[in-house]
Design a protein around this ligand. Structure first.
Ligand SMILES: Cc1cc2nc3c(=O)[nH]c(=O)nc-3n(C[C@H](O)[C@H](O)[C@H](O)COP(=O)(O)OP(=O)(O)OC[C@H]3O[C@@H](n4cnc5c(N)ncnc54)[C@H](O)[C@@H]3O)c2cc1C
Length: 240
């Protein structure tokens, strides 16, 4: 792991209350799709008890020019500074870190279970797989409360046309609270949803990311359908 400085190049809204931030890739910085970094604000104009550092997945793929992170804009000093600091502001990063990277054995499909902004490692892996034409079959189950909360969903829908081995199954837990119509899956990711969309639930390697209650529920669900522990990959991300 290396520590280096980088600067903000741009930011954009990617879903309701959800922003992406782009940083120049420092010379020599290399990451694997799905890995993360820890970002520290340098002398921020405000701070609070939650501190000046956060761990984020690098949502951009390794071939991209910038490092991109994405997050829900909760009301903390860290996020207020991130949202308002001028383009060009320098931040410190440590990384890359993490084990949410695609397995080598392409005969086993990857199944990604994403809750909300936990989509970030899978966005990076999906972009990387499409760019490098990886042979793996990829199934992304992406659960949000409402369509307007689903960051990058349009890009992921289009990716099915670019990469014939990629499937997106988006599901909305609270579609009735949306101002958009929704005709896809509804509710949390459940065993019957996996069984309807996967040719076989036992052979894939499963990856999951999202709020702690979701990742715990995914682990229990997979254990209940007979998936072994060595076929499950996740990491613990707290403090957003
Ligand atoms: C590996 C990993 C990487 C992460 N990377 C990032 C990152 O780069 N940036 C970042 O900001 N955060 C990241 N997180 C943190 C994280 O995803 C947030 O804690 C979380 O998503 C909370 O915000 P939300 O508004 O998206 O969740 P919510 O909107 O509360 O939940 C998202 C969805 O999860 C589902 N869900 C919720 N509870 C349950 C349950 N009990 N059972 C089943 N499904 C449920 C629902 O469909 C819900 O719509 C990461 C987490 C992990 C584990």
């Amino acid at each position: 792991m290396a520590t280096c400085d980088t600067r903000l190049t741009r930011r954009e809204l990617v879903a309701e209350g959800t922003m992406a931030f782009y940083f120049a890739k420092p010379p020599g910085f290399r990451h694997l799709a799905g890995q993360s970094l820890t970002m520290t604000l340098i002398d921020p104009p405000q701070t609070d008890d939650e501190g000046d550092s956060r761990t984020f997945t690098i949502a951009a793929a390794p071939h991209e020019t910038d490092l991109m992170i994405a997050t829900r804009m909760r009301d903390t000093a860290f996020k207020r500074v991130l949202k308002s600091m001028p383009v060009g502001t320098v931040v410190r990063i440590d990384g890359p870190n993490g084990v949410m990277v695609l397995h080598d054995d392409a005969t086993r499909p990857a199944v990604f279970l994403a809750g909300g902004i936990g989509i970030t490692p899978f966005l990076s892996i999906a972009r990387h797989a499409a760019h490098d034409q990886l042979p793996h079959r990829l199934y992304l189950f992406y659960s949000n409360r409402r369509p307007e909360d689903a960051a990058f969903v349009e890009e992921l829908q289009k990716m099915e046309q670019v990469n014939s081995k990629f499937r997106l199954i988006a599901t909305m837990a609270e579609p009735d609270k949306s101002s958009h119509s929704w005709s896809g899956e509804t509710g949390f990711i459940r065993p019957d949803m996996l069984q309807r969309h996967l040719p076989d639930v036992k052979t894939p390697i499963y990856y999951f990311a999202g709020p702690p209650a979701m990742t715990m529920a995914m682990q229990t669900m997979l254990e209940d359908i007979g998936v072994s522990a060595d076929a499950m990959r996740s990491e613990e991300f707290y403090g957003y």
